[in-house]
Design a protein around this ligand. Structure first.
Ligand code: HPA
Length: 270
């Protein structure tokens, strides 16, 4: 693993003219945030040694590196999911590489289903805690002490100071921003109504198939994390219709304007 991280990091660093400070992962339907960078260096995941290709719909599978204001940023347009058949180590490999490139802060975004009636499609939610319900953990296996400790604490995976800053941005710009607990399942089948009821009782507000492995590895790597969910659909607690990818993409677009402001301002303020 250490060799693979080195290979990928050297490949990317060789194409970049700066050491990045902030990384951001863009989830389903959120690729357009990548357009915010001026003249970015663009690298396809498939060209990076040891980095797996993104096969999920509407995940572009590109790394963009560039400046935004005075901040050096790396944007991952699309992520790797466990349901694509990749190992947890593969899914979280990009986080290891971002750390090796110099990233100190990471913004993770996702599209999520809502288990909470107050969180409706098009809403933005700051993830303030998570439940790992994927049945596995990306840190299982040999621990490399140079990457992090054997038993990383998860008492505050989502940086409280950054959540406060985000709420300040929402207030100043007059858009709604809630806080919630995100629960990750492996997918790719969606949840049954009974599962949705159970997940809500367990304390989850939002459900999805990503993010949690990345955050666990980011915390293991001593990276400060911000998590933002875009609510793309109400879960089947509230109705008995099927979810479609079109619905998810359309509702992700509803949040585009506010999400762009939130991310641009976070880049400036964190
Ligand atoms: N369930 C799981 N993952 C999701 C959902 C959902 O309802 N919406 C977007 N990603």
């Amino acid at each position: 693993m250490l060799d693979n991280i080195k290979k990928a990091t050297e490949f990317i660093a060789g194409k970049m003219e700066f050491i990045p400070e902030i990384g951001i992962i863009l989830g389903t339907g959120l690729n357009s945030i990548g357009d915010l960078l001026e003249d970015p260096v663009i690298i396809s995941y498939q060209d990076i040694p040891e980095w797996k290709a993104s096969t999920a719909p509407s995940h572009q599978g590109r790394l963009l590196a560039g400046k935004l204001g005075d901040k050096n940023i790396v944007i991952l347009q699309g992520r790797l999911h466990y349901y694509e058949g990749y190992s947890m180590q593969d899914v979280t490999f990009p986080i290891r590489v971002l750390k090796a490139l110099g990233i100190e802060k990471l913004i993770v975004t996702n599209a999520a289903g809502s288990l909470n009636e107050k969180m409706v499609p098009g809403n933005l939610v700051m993830i303030n805690d998570h439940i790992n319900w994927m049945g596995t953990n990306p840190l299982i296996g040999e621990n490399f002490d140079e990457l992090g400790v054997r038993f990383p604490s998860m008492h505050e995976p989502y940086n409280k100071e950054f959540i406060k800053i985000a709420h300040g941005i929402a207030k100043e710009n007059d858009f709604s921003l809630q806080d919630g607990t995100y629960l990750a399942l492996s997918g790719p089948s969606l949840e049954t109504r009974a599962e949705c009821k159970m997940l809500a009782k367990m304390g989850a507000d939002l459900v999805g198939m990503s993010t949690v492995p990345e955050v666990i590895v980011a915390i293991h790597s001593d990276i400060k994390v911000i998590g933002i969910s875009v609510v793309t659909n109400l879960s089947n607690i509230f109705h008995s219709k099927a979810h479609t990818q079109e619905e998810i993409r359309k509702n992700a677009l509803k949040a585009k304007h506010d999400l762009e402001i939130l991310i641009l301002e976070l880049f400036k303020k964190i």
